[in-house]
Design a protein around this ligand. Structure first.
Ligand code: DGL
Length: 272
C-alpha cells in the first residue's frame, strides 16, 4: 500500500487519547486511524520513568506492526517522559507537549498559565520548560491531579456529579488563586472533564485541549512529509485495548459520538 494511504497510529494509556482522536476526525476526516488504549495497565502517570518508557515502547511496537504511517503519543505522560521516542521512531512521531504549549502561548493575555497533568508529567516540568522557552516572561503554575484519570476511566465526567465537582475544585483552587487566564489540560484524559474544569475555573479562563493542538500539528506533519491520504471518503477506524473492551466501547462510543462496538479488539501488549 502507498505510504500515504496507511493509517495514523495513536496511543494512550486508556481512554484519554480519544480526545485527540475526536479532534483528528474533525481536522483530518479522510485519514484512517489505528488506536491503542493500554486499558490493562492504566494509569501510566503514577509510575516510574523506566516503566513508562517500557510501556510506551511496546505501544509503539504494536502500532508499527500495524503498518501505520505516523505515530501520535496522545498521552501527556509518555510525551513528557519517554522523550527518546521522538528520535528513535522509524515513522514521523509527535507527542502532545510542544503543540499544546504553543497553543497556550498564543492564547494567554496576561502571561499567567496554569498546567495540570499527571504526577509524572508535572514532575518532568515538560510543559513549563517549553512555555518558558517560548517566552521567558511567562509565569507558569503547575498542579498534578492524580485522581482525574481514575475518575475518567470509571465514567465519572458529569460536572454536576458531587464527586467530580469536589475533586475538580480541590485541584483547581490553587490555579484560581494565581489568577491564570489560560490552563493547559496537560493530560489527554482531562478534556473529558473539561466542562467541570471550565466551571470550576470560571469565565475568562481559556482551557487548552492538547488533542486539538496536536491534531492541527499532525495535519502539518503529514503535509511536510508528503503523507496526506489520497482517500476522499471518511477514514476507517480500528481500536485496540489491553483489557476487556466493554467499558472502553461504551465510553468511546459516547465520547466520539460513533458506535465503535464492533471495532474494538483486545490484544496482549506484553508480547510487543
Ligand atoms: N492520558 C495520559 C496522559 O495524557 C495518561 C494518564 C495516565 O495513564 O495516568 O498523561
Amino acid at each position: 500500500m502507498d505510504a500515504k494511504n496507511k493509517a495514523i497510529g495513536v496511543f494512550d494509556s486508556g481512554l484519554g487519547g480519544l480526545s485527540a482522536v475526536r479532534e483528528l476526525m474533525n481536522v483530518l476526516p479522510c485519514e484512517s486511524i489505528v488506536y491503542f488504549g493500554d486499558t490493562g495497565r492504566v494509569p501510566y502517570g503514577s509510575r516510574s520513568k523506566d516503566t513508562i518508557i517500557k510501556y510506551a515502547q511496546q505501544d509503539v511496537n504494536f502500532l508499527l506492526e500495524n503498518n501505520v504511517k505516523m505515530i501520535i503519543a496522545a498521552c501527556g505522560t509518555v510525551s513528557s517522559v519517554a522523550t527518546d521516542l521522538y528520535n528513535t521512531s522509524p515513522v514521523p512521531y509527535t507527542g502532545v507537549v510542544n503543540p499544546t504549549a504553543f497553543a497556550a502561548a498564543k492564547a494567554t493575555k496576561n502571561g499567567r498559565i496554569g498546567v495540570i497533568g499527571t504526577s509524572a508529567t508535572i514532575n518532568s516540568h515538560s510543559y513549563k520548560l517549553k512555555l518558558l522557552e517560548i517566552n521567558p516572561e511567562f509565569q507558569v503554575f503547575e498542579q498534578d491531579c492524580p485522581l482525574f484519570v481514575p475518575l475518567v476511566e470509571n465514567g465519572f465526567t458529569n460536572p454536576e456529579d458531587i464527586i467530580v465537582k469536589s475533586v475538580v475544585e480541590r485541584y483547581t483552587d490553587i490555579l484560581k488563586k494565581e489568577d491564570v487566564d489560560t490552563v493547559i489540560l496537560g493530560c489527554t484524559h482531562y478534556p473529558l472533564l473539561s466542562d467541570a474544569i471550565g466551571k470550576a475555573m470560571g469565565e475568562g479562563v481559556t482551557l487548552i485541549d492538547s488533542g486539538k493542538a496536536t491534531a492541527l500539528y499532525t495535519a502539518k506533519l503529514l503535509e511536510e512529509n508528503n503523507l496526506k491520504t489520497e482517500n476522499k471518503e471518511q477514514g476507517e477506524y480500528k481500536f485496540f485495548v489491553s483489557d476487556t473492551p466493554h467499558n472502553f466501547e461504551s465510553m468511546a462510543s459516547m465520547f466520539l459520538g460513533l458506535d465503535v462496538r464492533s471495532q474494538v479488539t483486545q490484544i496482549d501488549i506484553e508480547q510487543y
